[in-house]
Design a protein around this ligand. Structure first.
Ligand code: URA
Length: 212
């Protein structure tokens, strides 16, 4: 698809390899879940490459020196339930101090429209860097609504991370929230009439949690 400002499609070979393993319909639940975590960690490594650092004094076994640590800005990871939960551990392993919010969305089976049923965010949210996660950016409806909600609560600096996106969803999210940086492991061909991403990986929530 066309290049859009603030949309980053990640190309690292390790990431692409792991996404292919995810797509495989023979990949079982335990492996699928582990792969989602690893991919989220690799994506976060890239998505957080603009974190500010500050030098602190540090004493090595050899001598004292000044060395960088991540500066004050606090972070929140906000998974969109339920599939977004699968990405939290991978990011939290990189940033153990991040607080976790939750936004519950389900999509109407017929209209494919998202509906919110739960929202709990760390407070105050204003000063935090917020990373919203959902492995599949399909129509973009849930992501747009979730980010609307976060902004209504005062969220300002927001990044969105998905593993696979459809061009339709990427465009819709970018159009609704051009200020949000979107990181995606791969942008697939299209959505089908059931709003599944093609070729995609099926239902991410079912595959992470072993339901269905
Ligand atoms: N959600 C999924 O889990 N998979 C899709 O293909 C689209 C939305």
């Amino acid at each position: 698809m066309e290049k859009l400002e603030n949309v980053v499609e990640l190309t690292h070979p390790l990431l692409q390899h792991k996404i292919t393993m995810l797509r495989d319909k023979n990949t079982g639940t335990a492996e699928f879940r582990a792969l989602v975590e690893e991919i989220a960690m690799l994506e976060a490594f890239e998505a957080l490459n603009d974190l500010q650092t500050v030098d602190i004094e540090c004493e090595t076994p050899i001598e004292k020196c000044m060395a960088p640590v991540i500066a004050g800005r606090k972070m929140a990871i906000v998974p969109i339930l339920r599939a977004g939960l699968g990405m939290v551990n991978g990011i939290q392993r990189l940033v153990p101090t991040a607080k976790i919010g939750h936004i519950g969305m389900y999509r109407d089976e017929e209209t494919h429209e998202p509906h919110e049923y739960y929202c709990k965010l760390p407070s105050p949210i204003e000063e935090r860097l917020i990373v919203v996660t959902d492995p599949m950016l399909a129509t973009g409806g849930s992501a747009i609504d979730a980010i609307d909600l976060i902004k209504q609560h005062g969220g300002k600096r927001i990044k969105f991370m998905a593993i696979i996106g459809a061009p339709e969803g990427v465009r819709a999210l970018h159009e609704a929230h051009p200020d949000v940086q979107i990181y995606i492991g791969h942008i697939d061909r299209e959505l089908n009439s059931d709003a599944y991403i093609c070729p995609g990986l099926g239902d991410a929530g079912d595959r992470i949690f072993g339901t269905k």
